[in-house]
Every structure is written in structure tokens, then in C-alpha cells.
Design a protein around this ligand. Sequence first.
Ligand code: RFL
Ligand code: PHB
Length: 390
Amino acid sequence: MVHTQVGIVGAGPAGLLLSHLLHLEGIESVVLERRSRDYVEKRVRAGVLEQGTVDLLMATGVGARLAREGLVHRGVELRFEGQGHRIALSDLTGGRAITIYGQQEVVKDLINARLSAHGVVHFDVGQVTVHDANSTRPIIRYIQHGRQSEIQCDFVAGCDGFHGICRDTIPASLLQVYEREYPFSWVGILVAAPPSSDELIYAYHDRGFALHSLRSPEITRLYLQCDHKDTIEQWPDERIWEELHARLATRDGWTLRAGPILEKSITAMRSFVVEPMQYGRLFLAGDAAHIVPPTGAKGLNLAVADVRVLSAALTKWFRTKSTRLLDAYTATCLRRVWRAQDFSSWMTTTLHRVPEAFDRHLQLARLRYVTSSPAAATSLAENYVGVERV
Ligand code: RFL
Ligand code: PHB
């Protein structure tokens, strides 16, 4: 039977970065991914990297293209009552910033790094199952090229996203689940048109929330609040543009550049945390353990933070057999996760259209405060670029 030190389920940012960080410590791993390489490299998702995420990718040798192509942003705009208000992220945080770089670009860079270091990443595998997680010899079984295969591992990392199988391997009676669903979703589009603003715009409007983001000097990324029961068929291109123009409009006549829509999808809004993030020798990381609504742009950054903690803890174990950092894994990760849950929930409940008039007055009071008080703006800015200590 094949043996590896760490069996990793999922080749998203969490699984690939974990494999890369372990490799730098001389620890071998095998990554198993159910989708094709082409599919994971093209999946359009996050775009905002916190300062700490960028620093880690740079420091570990996978940041060359990010340094060339990533767009450093030193501010974001909050737009409400027809007016824009800039939050000066860098001025308020001692020079920290966010970088716009598509998640699929991070994934491409990590796959290249793993394969050029002769790392093992199996794509297109089926029926992955984890066995004996609560023993010293956990096993992963899967089907590849129609054949049943098995890997014996010292540890298993469940980096298989929210709909993965690893979390379900843990007996439900041992898990505490914390969850909140929101009654709205986002329609997201990728547009072949130059961005209409140099910075991100979070717009609060009577017709619902809208977000202007970007991927490159030629590609705009836009989102719109919709009902959580809506399907993409209810959002023909003309309706999307009509809503975006209305929700992003300003009193002084700002214009949104339109263009061909390259990709279109609906994303549900959910907050979810599972505790503990460990069962025996199985450790969950990233979306497999927690989901935040995308309004705070934190999901990918949390996945990166988890695997940074996990790789350090596994390294300690392989070097010294000390379980001290592994034992602290859940508690260490969840401090940051709950900070991000709070911030994401604040952004979500502040910016989305809600039914109660009382709540809408509270939203406007919050928005006016955060755009006029340096103390409130600093709090938003340090959370947005990513808190250093949690
Ligand atoms: P992923 O990226 O979902 O990767 C999991 C991988 O596991 C594979 N898999 C399996 N493989 C083998 N066997 C199985 N049984 C498997 N089941 C699943 C999957 O195919 C996949 O390749 O999880 P990971 O690595 O934890 O990364 C998390 C991030 O992807 C996620 O948090 C972010 O995309 C969230 N997010 C954002 N995060 C940010 O930090 N900044 C943002 O600006 C941001 N914007 C967003 C977002 C997510 C969005 N959507 C679509 C949910 C915007 C959107 C619209
Ligand atoms: C994105 O560019 O995809 C993006 C930006 C900010 C968010 C969420 C998504 O809050």
C-alpha cells in the first residue's frame, strides 16, 4: 500500500497551499482532487487577498506572478445616498493594503509550484473516503482511472470545501455546528470591460446591495443582491445591467462601463462554523470547517490562515512528536474565524437591503458613522486588510 505523511483531500487554495508549505519543511503529501486540473484553474471565486496572505505567498516562493500582476489597493469606497466615501485602508493601518488577484490565479501558481517540485496531485479522482481517522494509521480510499486505490497516511487534511466529505467523516455527536443563513444571495458577473473605478465600491441602495470589483485592467467583477430563491434564469443580462446602473448611480453622474458578460452565477450567503476542526488524525481546513458570507472578502484568507497553523503544527509533530500545536489547532484557528465571522456579518447586515425600516435607519447610521469617524473607519480598515493579532 502507498504511504504518505499527509493525505490531503481537495486541491483548492487550502489543500494546495498546505501541500506546498509542508514540502518546504521536507514533509511529503499527496493531494486528491475530484475535479480536473482545467476545472479548478478556471473556477471564478474570490479576488481580495489580505496583506498577510500576500506576505505568506511571497515569502514561500509562490508570489512572483502575484507581485507582477496583482493590483494593490490602498482604499475602498462605501457608496450610499448617491455619494461615495473613501475608506483609506493604508493610511488607517500603518501602510497595509489588499491585493486584487483572482483565486484561480493563486490556484494555478500553487499547482505549478507543486508539480515543478515533483509533488503528487491527483486530479479527477472519485469516491474519496477517509477511514480510521481516530487511529494512528488513517487511510484514504478513492477511485482513479476506474481502479480502487488506497493511501495510508500519518495524518489526513480535509481541505475539500463546504460540500466535501471529510467533515461528515467525524461522528455528528462530536461536532458543534454554528450556522446562520441569510434571506438573500448574490448574482455575480465577470465582464470584459475595464473597471469603472480604480477601487472596490460597496454600494448600499434601496433596490439592494451592489459591489463593483475587478480582476485586471480589462476585466470587471460585479455583484448584486438578489432573493435567495432566485435562479440565474430570472436574471437575464438586461435586468442585471439595469439594476447595476441604478444601484451604483451617484448624484454627480458616475458611469458604469458595461461589456460582454463572460461568466454569471448565483452565490448563497451563509455563515457556518464547525467545532472542533479535528477528529483524531483528521484536520479540517478552510471552507470544509467554516463559511463566511462574501461581503467581508474573508473566505480564502481564512483558508490560508488555517493551513499556515496546520503546517506549523504538523511540522512540530514530525520533528519532535510533540502534539502541543496540533492539540491547539481548533482553538488557534477559531479565534481568527470568529473575528472574520463578526466582521463579515457586520458588512453583510450593514450593506444589504432588509425589510424593516427601523433596521434600515440603523444601517444608515452605521454607514454615516464609519465614513465620518476616524476611529470607526480604522476599525473597518484593520478588519478589511486583515487583523495581525487575534
Ligand atoms: P475550495 O476552494 O472549495 O476547494 C475545495 C476543493 O476540494 C474539492 N473537493 C473534493 N476533492 C476530492 N474529493 C471530494 N469528495 C471533494 N469534495 C470537494 C473541490 O473540487 C475543490 O477543488 O475550498 P478552500 O480551499 O477551503 O478555499 C476556500 C475558498 O475557495 C473560499 O473561502 C473563497 O472563494 C470565498 N470567497 C472569497 N474569499 C476571500 O477571501 N475573498 C473574496 O473576495 C471572496 N469572494 C468567495 C468570494 C466565494 C464566492 N463564492 C462563489 C462562494 C466570492 C464568491 C462569489
Ligand atoms: C471579488 O472581487 O470577487 C470580491 C470582492 C470583494 C468581496 C467579495 C468578492 O467582498
